[in-house]
Design a protein around this ligand. Structure first.
Ligand code: PA5
Length: 397
C-alpha cells in the first residue's frame, strides 16, 4: 500500500517537529499501545484449531457481537470475501432484521460465536438468549456448535464451561475497537477461510516501518488544530463501506472526549459524488479527506464499442471510468486547497486490510496523545446504557 501526503497541506518538517514533541518512537510500545503485541504462535494455533474444528462440521458462522467485538472481522469479510457466505453478522437487535436473518440460515449447518469482552453487553446477551431458544426449539442446542470469546473470567467463559463449548480469551489490556488482531477478529476470519498469516503480516509490516501511521496522525492533528474537525473517509470501492464503519467507531470513540474529537464522516466513491461531494468542495473548509483507491480489482467489465449517448465510453473498462472519477474528485479537492491523504491499495486482500487497521489504530493513539485525551474506553456511553437498563429492570418502557 502506498500512502501519499503531498496534498495534505503541511510540509513534512512540520510533521517531524510535531512528532518530536511527543517522543513518537516511545509511543509504539505495549504499555501505550497494548494492541501492538500481536498474538503468539500458541494463541494463533488455538484460534486456528477451534476454527478448523468448527468449519469441518458447519458451513456458516453467525457472529454475534457489538461495536469493536465484530466490526473489524465484518470489514475484512466485506473487503476480501465479497460473495463469501460463510459469515453472517448480527450486530443490531432490530427484531425485523433478526427474524429475517434467522429465517435464512440453515440451522443444522450453522455454528455461532458470541463475542463480548465484558460479557455484559445488552444487545449481545439479548441476541444470545433468542438464539439459544431457537436452537432449543429445533433440538439443535449443543455446546459443539457454540464458541464464546471474552475476557478471562467473564460471564461468557463461565457459560462456555457450563455448556461444554469452546472459549477463546481476549488479552486483558486490549479493548473492543483495538481487538481485531485478537481472537475477536481472527476467529471469524479463520473460520471463513481467510489467511490469518497474511492479515497479521500486514500489521507486522506497519509496525516494522510505522512512519505512515505517525504522519497520518500528525497530519490529522495539524488540521484539527487548524479548525478541520471533520475527517472524511471515502473509499472508491463498495467493498470498503464496512471499513468506513470500523474507522468511524475507532475515530469517534477514541477521540470524542472532554469536548474534543474529530467527527468521522463516511462517503463512498463514486456514489457519494452525487450526494455529498458538492459540500466537500464548496462547503465550509472544516474537513480533512482520506481517499482510498484499489488498483487491482478481482474483476472488470468492458463497455462495448459504439456506446450510445456518451461515445467516449466506448471500449473503456469500468475500472478506467472509476479511476477517472477518482482523479476528478482529487483534482477538484486540490484545486480548492482541501487537504487530502491518498491511499493506493494494490488490491483488497488480508494483507492490505491488516496494514490499514494497524495504521489507523496506531494513528488514533498518537492523535489522542497530541489532543491530551485517553483513547481507551468510552465512558460517556455508559449513561445511556444505565438508563436503558433501569427502564428494563423497572419494566417501564
Ligand atoms: O470499542 C469498544 O470498546 C466497544 O465498541 C465495545 O467493543 C462494544 O461496546 C462491545 O463491548 P463488549 O465487547 O464488552 O461486548
Amino acid at each position: 500500500m502506498k500512502i501519499f501526503f503531498e496534498d495534505s497541506g503541511f510540509h513534512s518538517s512540520e510533521y517531524d517537529r510535531l512528532l518530536k514533541s511527543v517522543d513518537w518512537k516511545s509511543l509504539l510500545s505495549p504499555s501505550v499501545m497494548p494492541f501492538v503485541e500481536l498474538p503468539s504462535a500458541d494463541q494463533i494455533n488455538s484460534i486456528k484449531k477451534t476454527a478448523l474444528r468448527l468449519s469441518d462440521s458447519f458451513s456458516t458462522l453467525v457472529v454475534v457481537g457489538m461495536g469493536g467485538s465484530s466490526r473489524g472481522a465484518k470489514a475484512l469479510h466485506q473487503a476480501v470475501g465479497k460473495g463469501n457466505a460463510r459469515l453472517v453478522f448480527l450486530d443490531n437487535i432490530d427484531p425485523d432484521l433478526l427474524l429475517e436473518t434467522l429465517n435464512k440460515i440453515d440451522w443444522k449447518r450453522t455454528a455461532f460465536v458470541f463475542i463480548s469482552k465484558s460479557g455484559r453487553t445488552l444487545e449481545t446477551v439479548a441476541l444470545m438468549n433468542v438464539i439459544f431458544s431457537e436452537l432449543k426449539k429445533r433440538k439443535l442446542f449443543s455446546g459443539n456448535r457454540l464458541v464464546f470469546i471474552g475476557d478471562e473470567g467473564n460471564s461468557f467463559q463461565k457459560l462456555s464451561s457450563t455448556l461444554n463449548a469452546s472459549f477463546l480469551s481476549i488479552p486483558k489490556a486490549i479493548g473492543g475497537r483495538f481487538s481485531v488482531f485478537t481472537a475477536v477478529g481472527l476467529f471469524p476470519i479463520c473460520f471463513a477461510g481467510y489467511s490469518l498469516d497474511e492479515f497479521l503480516e500486514g500489521a507486522y509490516d506497519l509496525l516494522d516501518s510505522p512512519l505512515p501511521a505517525f504522519y497520518l496522525a500528525a497530519s490529522k492533528y495539524l488540521h484539527y488544530k487548524a479548525g478541520r474537525n471533520i475527517s472524511v473517509v471515502m473509499p472508491y470501492s463498495s467493498y470498503m463501506t464496512e471499513f468506513t464503519e470500523w474507522y468511524a467507531q475507532l475515530w469517534a470513540e477514541s477521540l470524542g472526549k472532554d469536548g474534543k474529537g474529530q467527527t468521522p464522516l463516511k462517503a463512498v466513491g463514486t456514489a457519494s459524488q452525487h450526494s455529498i461531494l458538492q459540500l466537500f468542495i464548496d462547503g465550509p473548509d472544516d474537513k480533512f479527506y482520506q481517499l482510498f483507491y484499489v488498483n487491482n480489482r478481482s474483476s472488470d467489465l468492458k463497455i462495448p464499442q459504439g456506446a450510445k449517448i456518451l461515445p467516449y465510453l466506448s471500449g473503456k473498462n469500468l475500472g478506467e471510468v472509476m479511476r477517472a472519477e477518482f482523479e476528478g474528485t482529487l483534482f477538484s479537492l486540490k484545486q480548492k486547497g482541501r487537504p487530502v491523504v491518498r491511499f493506493e491499495l494494490s488490491r483488497l486482500s488480508e494483507y492490505q486490510m491488516g496494514y490499514l487497521f494497524m495504521t489507523y489504530m496506531v494513528a488514533v493513539v498518537v492523535v489522542a496523545r497530541l489532543m491530551g485525551v485517553n483513547p481507551y474506553g468510552q465512558p460517556a456511553v455508559e449513561v445511556g446504557k444505565c438508563y436503558a437498563r433501569e427502564l428494563l429492570e423497572k419494566g417501564e418502557n
